[in-house]
Design a protein around this ligand. Structure first.
Ligand SMILES: Cc1cc2nc3c(=O)[nH]c(=O)nc-3n(C[C@H](O)[C@H](O)[C@H](O)COP(=O)(O)OP(=O)(O)OC[C@H]3O[C@@H](n4cnc5c(N)ncnc54)[C@H](O)[C@@H]3O)c2cc1C
Length: 335
């Protein structure tokens, strides 16, 4: 256990706060031992810190999950199931899967963070979410230290959400995730406009998972700031989901509104478009700004504090509310 360490290098916003008590756990035994030693104290579970905004020093103990390991636990001619330690780097897993020609994770390439953090908000990108390849995750309740396995249907996965962000928020530590990938007949997900455009440009008619991974990596590289150079946590807000009635009302007022069909009666508005149309793109305040190529990404331009970033995000929220009557919801976890 370490005392009073800076969490600056443990969060992708690069916010400098102090953790009063910092525990690193590298095995399930260490998880149990640490939780026992903390005697039911409230704790904070930290993965790669890529979806967190720390607004103050963290007074409660932090448990940083570093459990490694990746192994095939079952397979047949078509599918392979892989057990992955929660402390593995998500992108290492995706690249490993691609190198083995296992399909299903390629659209989720280059998402930062750890494997254990991925089910928390049901990570998603370019038409795929972790729920599409998810089998189960296991771990421990923080209060009773009871072990539990959550299967796909237990996790209440939805757009950037799961049971771990709702009723089990800060109540469960994930130690292992099991995912299932295809070995043959890969289901190539290329419906996203930017993927389709790139495939057409390259004249690729039957893309492989490697083609998709290469294209998605490139799109992300051009659109998102690298957190090791510019502090950020990816999308700060979720895209708001609205009814067809509200969409039609908004379209009458804002003819260029950007939206996507979500289900029969629900539509997803582009939060980036809403923010851009409140003129936030070139505004900087107290070392905080909006990324030039993606308005949904709030960036730390220097030594911004978590509070500076939070204040700036609240300003965005209230301006969008005033102009469009839409309340943005944070995707990032504010601590
Ligand atoms: C540049 C950039 C691009 C991004 N792009 C995307 C994207 O395309 N799609 C997307 O969905 N997300 C994206 N993200 C957000 C982020 O990468 C993911 O949400 C990631 O899965 C977070 O994992 P983490 O290990 O960093 O979690 P952390 O940030 O450490 O934690 C996030 C939350 O999960 C909890 N948590 C973490 N690990 C565990 C565990 N083992 N057990 C229990 N609780 C845990 C924490 O307590 C916290 O509440 C992006 C972020 C950045 C910086």
């Amino acid at each position: 256990m370490k005392k009073n360490i800076s969490l600056k290098s443990y969060n992708s916003f690069g916010v400098d706060v102090i953790s009063r008590e910092f525990h690193e756990v590298s095995s399930e035994e260490e998880v149990i031992k640490t939780l026992k030693s903390l005697k039911n104290k409230k704790v904070f579970i930290l993965g790669g810190g890529t979806n967190i905004l720390f607004t103050d020093n963290v007074q409660i103990p932090v448990i940083n999950v570093k459990i490694k390991g990746m192994k095939i636990i079952s397979e047949n001619n078509n599918y392979v199931s892989i057990s992955i330690g929660a402390g593995e780097i998500w992108d290492d897993f995706v690249k490993w899967a691609i190198s083995k020609n296992f399909g299903g994770a390629e659209n989720l390439i280059s998402i930062p963070g750890f494997v254990g953090g991925a089910p928390i908000q049901n990570i998603g990108a370019y038409g795929v979410e972790i729920k599409d390849i998810f089998v189960s995750c296991s771990g421990y309740f923080l209060d009773t230290i009871e072990k539990k396995k959550f299967e796909l249907n237990d996790c209440q996965f939805s757009y950037r959400s799961s049971i771990f962000k709702k009723s089990l928020r800060n109540k469960f530590i994930i130690t292992e995730v099991v995912l299932q990938l295809s070995k043959t007949n890969h289901k190539i997900s290329k419906s996203y406009k930017s993927i389709n455009d790139a495939l057409n440009k390259k004249k690729i008619h039957n893309p492989t998972i490697k083609d998709i991974a290469r294209i998605v990596s490139k799109i992300r590289e051009n659109k998102l700031p690298n957190p090791s150079l510019i502090g950020n946590s990816g999308s700060f807000f979720k895209n708001p989901i609205v009814s067809i009635e509200l969409l039609n009302k908004l379209k009458q007022k804002f003819s260029k509104l950007v939206y996507f069909k979500e289900s029969v009666s629900k539509y997803k508005l582009s939060a980036a478009w809403l923010i851009e149309n409140c003129n936030f793109k070139n505004i900087e305040e107290k070392n905080v700004g909006v990324y030039k190529d993606q308005a949904l990404v709030i960036i730390n331009l220097g030594n911004a504090t978590g509070k500076d970033i939070l204040l700036f995000s609240e300003k965005i929220k209230s301006t969008v509310l005033e102009k469009f009557d839409i309340l943005l919801e944070e995707e990032v976890n504010i601590i």
